[in-house]
Ligand binder design. Structure first.
Ligand code: PMV
Length: 315
């Protein structure tokens, strides 16, 4: 029997524009994790996935769960094992699905790690990230690679598509409240919408992407220098641009405005948008107050995390 886990993640700055070559910044979220265990399966059964959250047993014949199956086959091939290997993979996760917290990448990463560990086959983080990218490509055709990178490296990352990712340490920790609108929003939907807008008016879209990229560069400089209070206005500016590229929603904007009124230094959606989660930067220690106001305003769940420390409180 082998066991592996992978964290969720939040994108701090730069989602969507990162697909078009602009930088983005993301951090792991260890308080919510996906886990996979692998044990010997029934003889002649081939691989079987026991998905605890879905309350389902999934086999290779199941078309509806291609991403899970792809992760299993990629791992078996990596370990030089046949596709019909008799293993049972048990998956569990407390990362909400389709909410921008990296559930798909974390499930794929933990599955691949657990299978390779079952066969005592070593894998580098870079290679793991490559395999998870291949699974992510099934969710939406053009993933930037930021989700697999931050989830596999389990460190804050400054990321530009196609370049070696830069993991980094924050000069000063900063507190973030994460709040879930409760509206599931598959990433491929908003990524597709952004692409449609881009196809219709590349000049406009690319100008907006460049502005998001510049916000990211400024934010990265402030994070490395410990000037974290400067990140609030940058989050607000990033949110305005996310609205302009049409990936926000009334529910996100309602909660973002509550966060700001409750004293957050800045707030924005995080991840694919359309629903899912927002993040709000708060003064250190103010997380509980802002989180309570967000829940009273309709957030179905909040998390408080300290970036540079990565301990989160769930509520
Ligand atoms: O998986 P999500 O919803 O956190 O979104 C990923 C970030 C995007 O920039 C929207 C897409 C991508 O591939 O980078």
């Amino acid at each position: 029997m082998s066991h592996a886990t992978s964290p969720g993640k939040i994108i701090l700055f730069g989602e969507h524009a990162v697909v078009y070559g602009q930088p983005a910044i993301a951090a792991p979220l260890s308080a919510v994790r996906a886990s996979a265990s692998v044990s010997a399966g029934a003889t002649g059964g081939g691989p079987v996935i026991n998905a605890v959250n879905l309350k389902m047993r999934i086999t290779a014949l199941d078309d509806a769960h291609q991403a899970l199956i792809k992760a299993v086959y990629l791992a078996l091939a990596e370990a030089n094992q046949p596709e019909n290997s008799e293993i049972e993979i048990t998956l569990d996760s407390d990362i909400p699905i389709a909410s921008g917290l990296g559930s798909g990448a974390a499930i794929a990463a933990s599955t691949i790690k657990a299978i390779l560990s079952y066969y005592n086959h070593p894998i580098t983080t870079a290679r793991l990230s490559e395999l998870v990218y291949k699974v992510e490509a099934l969710h939406h055709g053009t993933p930037s690679g930021i989700d697999n990178t931050v989830i596999c490296y389990e460190k804050p990352v400054f990321f530009i598509r196609g370049q070696q990712p830069e993991t980094f340490r924050t000069a000063a920790p900063f507190e973030i409240v994460i709040a879930d609108t409760g509206i599931p929003s598959p990433t491929r939907v908003t990524v597709g919408r952004v692409r449609e807008h881009w196809k219709k008016d590349k000049t406009r879209s690319e100008a907006l992407f460049r502005q998001i990229g510049q916000i990211c560069l400024d934010a990265y400089k402030h994070i490395l220098e410990g000037a974290t209070e400067a990140l609030g206005p940058l989050m607000d500016d990033n949110q305005t641009l996310l609205e302009a590229i049409d990936v926000s929603s009334p529910e996100l904007e309602h909660l973002i405005s509550i966060a700001r009124k409750a004293g957050a230094l800045g707030a924005k959606l995080s991840g694919g948008g359309g629903g899912g989660n927002l993040i709000a930067l708060v003064e250190n220690g103010a997380g509980q107050t802002v989180a309570a106001r967000l829940r009273a305003g309709g957030a179905v769940r909040t998390l408080i995390t300290t970036i540079g420390n990565d301990d989160a409180d769930l509520s």
